[in-house]
Design a protein around this ligand. Structure first.
Ligand code: 3EB
Length: 368
């Protein structure tokens, strides 16, 4: 491990005002306590009152929509994503760990980490002369390099947010430029991408920097593909000069169970967009894709209890606010739609896609 990239927990502990946690941590590192991640949507108003007590265990608080008060909270990472929430009440996405958390910053990447995982955020303003493939390549190289050198070598989940996703930039759509730069960065570090690609989302904002959020771990995740869809990294070149570098899902094992991260999922079968102009049918098709992934997990990991689709945490990106009602009706009539859901306005990477759904599930091990 590179000393420039290894974190000094003692300094960070005091920076967080939690030196007692740091002492506890050194005692624990010989017999590690299971590091369980819990991700919840919390009403912003409740969180501000009740969230203080376990602040040393908060990895990240993510607010959707500009003008959020997230940055005032100041525990773990505070991240504002410029995708306005479409439903009430305003929710915060809160990532907690059962293990103590430290914060750091390495080459503009903001970081919050435990002994097992790191949550990071890199925001890069685009200058007027730049093209997005260059911006994305440089950002990804920085993140991949940080992960390799810090020991959190395995990317588990990534989110990409940037403006004008369907707009052309010097003759090529910005999403395709993004895919090109991301692909170049990954292939500079890895001969074979399929085994190392994380689940991801790519959503268009209405302004702001190129923003990448990521979760990485010391242990590798297990990438999963969807039998109903061609792997995104094998899409034919009609969708751009380099195919999108992500897995349909990543399964992350911990000592107490598994976390399943399902990538942004849309109304695509094979590699083809289905149900142009029909948000209801797009939701139903998307849910069939998510079901197929959940079923695959059950088959491939018999040691895990079967997944209840309703026990996941869903995030739904809707392109046009006018479709929100149809999207909600279609989703909330389905088993998947009975759990907590955050709706946000955002643009999908193909113009014909009106909705995209991602999810996270915590899976328990079968009792012996
Ligand atoms: C798709 O299946 C829909 O480029 O990182 C979904 C999730 C999509 C992630 C990405 C793209 C990405 O191709 C689009």
């Amino acid at each position: 491990m590179d000393s420039q990239f290894s974190h000094k927990k003692s300094d960070e502990g005091s920076a967080l005002g939690a030196p007692t946690e740091w002492k506890g941590y050194s005692a624990l590192s010989s017999s590690p306590r299971p590091d369980v991640l819990r991700i919840r949507y919390v009403q912003a108003s409740d969180f501000l009152q009740a969230g203080e007590s376990d602040a040393p265990h908060i990895l990240a608080i993510i607010g959707h929509g500009s003008g959020n008060s997230v940055s005032a909270i100041g525990k773990g990472l505070s991240i504002d994503v410029n995708l306005p929430q479409l439903s009430q009440p305003p929710l915060l996405e809160v990532w907690r760990s059962s293990a103590p958390v430290w914060c750091d910053q390495v080459q503009d990447i903001r970081l919050a980490f435990t002994d097992e995982v790191v949550f990071g955020c890199l925001e890069v303003p685009e200058s007027s002369g730049s093209v997005l493939d260059d911006v994305a390549r440089a950002a990804y190289e920085r993140i991949i390099n940080y992960c390799a050198r810090s020991g959190y070598a395995h990317l588990l989940r990534m989110w990409n947010y940037f403006p004008g996703i369907n707009q052309e930039q010097q003759g090529l759509e910005r999403y395709r430029r993004f895919c090109l730069g991301r692909h170049q960065a990954f292939s500079n570090y890895h001969k074979e991408l399929a085994p190392i690609l994380p689940a991801a989302s790519a959503v268009g904002t209405h302004g702001g920097p190129f923003q990448v959020l990521f979760l990485a771990g010391k242990q590798p995740g297990i990438p999963l593909e969807n039998p109903r869809q061609i792997s995104a990294y094998e899409y034919p070149p009609i969708y751009g000069p380099k195919s999108p570098s992500f897995a349909r899902a990543t399964l992350h094992r911990t000592s107490t169970g598994c976390q399943l991260f399902v990538a942004g999922t849309a109304s695509i079968v094979g590699h083809t967009t289905q149900h142009h102009g029909d948000p209801t049918k797009q939701v139903v098709e998307t849910l069939s894709n998510i079901d197929a992934i959940l079923n695959r997990v059950c088959c491939e990991c018999p040691e895990l209890l079967p997944t209840e689709p309703s026990e996941g945490l869903l995030k739904v990106f809707v392109r046009n606010q006018a479709d929100l009602h149809s999207v909600r009706e279609a989703l909330e009539g389905h088993e998947c739609g009975r759990g907590p859901i955050l709706y946000a306005r955002g643009e999908m990477c193909r113009e014909a896609l009106l909705v995209e759904i991602e999810g996270m599930w915590h899976l328990s091990l079968m009792p012996h």
